[in-house]
Design a binder for this molecule. Sequence first.
Ligand code: BGC
Length: 748
Amino acid sequence: MYNLSDWDISDVGQSEEDVLQNGNRLLTGNGYMGRRGVVDEAEAQDMPATILSGLYDHHGDLWREPVNSPDPLYSLIIADNIPVRAGDKYTVFHEQTLNFRYGIYSRHTSWQLPADRGKVTVRTERYAHMENVHLLCTRFTLCADISCQIVLKQGINHAVRDLNGPHLGNFHSWSLQSKRILGLSCKTLEQNIPLAVLSAFVPLFQESEVLNFIIKTDTVNEEGGIFSYHTINLKEKAAVTFYIYGAIYSDIDVKEPVTAAEDQIHQAIKEGWDNLLITHKTRWDKIWHNGDVIIEGDEYAQRCLRYSLYHLWLIAPRHSIATNRALSIPARGLSGQTYKGAVFWDTEMFISPYFLAVMPELAAQFIRYRIQTLPGAKRKAAEYGYRGAFFAWESQETGDDACSDFNVTDVFTGRPVRTYFRDKQIHISADVVYSIKNYFDITRNLLLLKEGALELILESARFFLSYLYYSPEHKRYEVLDVIGPDEYHERVNNNAFTNKMIFAVFETACNYIKIFKESDPEFIDDLINRINFKDDLLFMENVMQHFYIPQPDNRGIIEQFDGYFRLEDCSLDTVRSRLKDPKEYWGSSGGVATATQIIKQADVVTMLTLFNNDYSAEIKKANLDYYEPRTEHGSSLSSCMYALLACETGNSDWAYPFFIKTAEIDITGKSKHFAGLVYIGGTHPAGNGGAWLTAIRGFCGFSIENNKIKIVPRLPEHWKKVSFSVTLSGVEHKITVLKDNYTQEIIS
Ligand code: BGC
């Protein structure tokens, strides 16, 4: 029930399912906070959320997850004593729209009051300010077709629904300036982190002319919030407009969150809606200036790709660039609390390449985030009896693993299922190293390596050295008991992807040691001494001579892991037909896919994509042909990898539907919402990044070789032209790719 115009998506749906979907689809945000696309009067069941980046809390023995802030923009219309809400029995029109050029959510709703008491209409617009990231702004216009009395309940609602909460307590509220500014302070329950939320009501109209203005402030209570009630005598067909500004600060951001929030609110009132909107839009214009990708010849792909990029920007923690606390991007962005607001390999492998191309300083923050969570990674390695750094599969602010040992609930028994993602998805440390190598290849910036990234690489190498198994029989080092990207097959031996990635960690470590031995021997010698890496280095050099990386068989196919070819080779449909419940989990010990060759997502194919230069076109094609029909694409990280590899084999038209599937994932909202009984809905930043990867690396054939841009055009049949920007070694290049050639221009 959605339709599209250039930069807008609109929806008139009112069902429960629509409300849930639109929360994601109409999401706004600015990297500091993500605000679900719900109406102004949303109550807990509508899943309103204002998710704050990098702020987590733990309640009881439930999953630790990001904090959902009290909502400072809450407003409810009470018309002739009837509280009206979108989708209720009085609703005669309801439409919500997102303009994704400027991240502006709007709604237009009309209610027909009973007994001919007239029609009331509300139009609002709101956004999370892109420049002042602690600020939320709403413009609210209200009118009725007959004179009537409206009460507007407005204020800070903290009756928001947490998946694993509650997370806040110790509430304190106050009001300022004739009670038109409301304040609420509280603390997170686990770590007692203070949070301040302010809400200002700013009428645009002449009070004396249009209305009676009565204010009554509720005392705050544990469930509700703090509200004022504005009684407005609406004249027939006369519209009244007012603004609501919200400010949110925690004491992670500033020493005095209340003062900072008050200052922010006063500043916003002083600047006013029009000026605020200008600075907000100007920031977006700057973002699109080099962040946009223009596709000629395919309007649908253009919209979906831009919408994907919009989603990346609204969760990009740009504000952390100026601070000592680096932030990264969670797997569900800032769309809610699913996946515990945790950072997965998604950031390094799927999201970071885009920012590396258009805002390398942000990609550097993702690496700094890993450097800052290195102590957590070391704790995790030690916990399992290994040395070095084993990064969290689900990483929050400390780097300790938020991933549970029981990540899925059995549909039939309701019991938790033991999953080994946390223990065995060891490729995560290699993924982090891979992204550092990527960063260096594009920026040539050695500083970050000195700042801690090289230490991280060596500690990751050390972890793998302690994980390896020497097979005396085969006289080689192997990697046993792991999970590759395909999570349906747990605890396998010699997963080709994992082995190849580990080898790349050793190569990267050796390469950077060599670079520093030449350019800064003092630094590298100090580092090796300080972290006691001398023996590890010798061992690593030896391991590299005898390390096992699974190779293609006589058909050119690489076995995903030892024994994979011996599993039942049946079709996806057969496996699907064995499900007894649509929400059943396919993997783990008893899943329908476990004993078969059906895989969840690109695995060998991801490896071939990442190490593109190491394999011939024939090998790539053989593996694409073999694995694609055996892939469920049960993860949003899958299709883009197939599309990328297909482009490498010169098959862009085959790749195209896989690209579209990735690029439209959040605009259509068609994705998995459950893993077992666990709700996993939300947005898909890895898919958003994967869409850019496919368009730019895939269809435009963009890569960096020897510090030079390389383009190999292979646009889909109907694409005429693609333009995009990349920043290489600090210089911005504008690239236009046509069917058979391309142009490249340096932007000063
Ligand atoms: C995928 C993982 C991914 C995670 C978060 C899972 O379903 O299998 O590869 O990292 O979702 O997006």
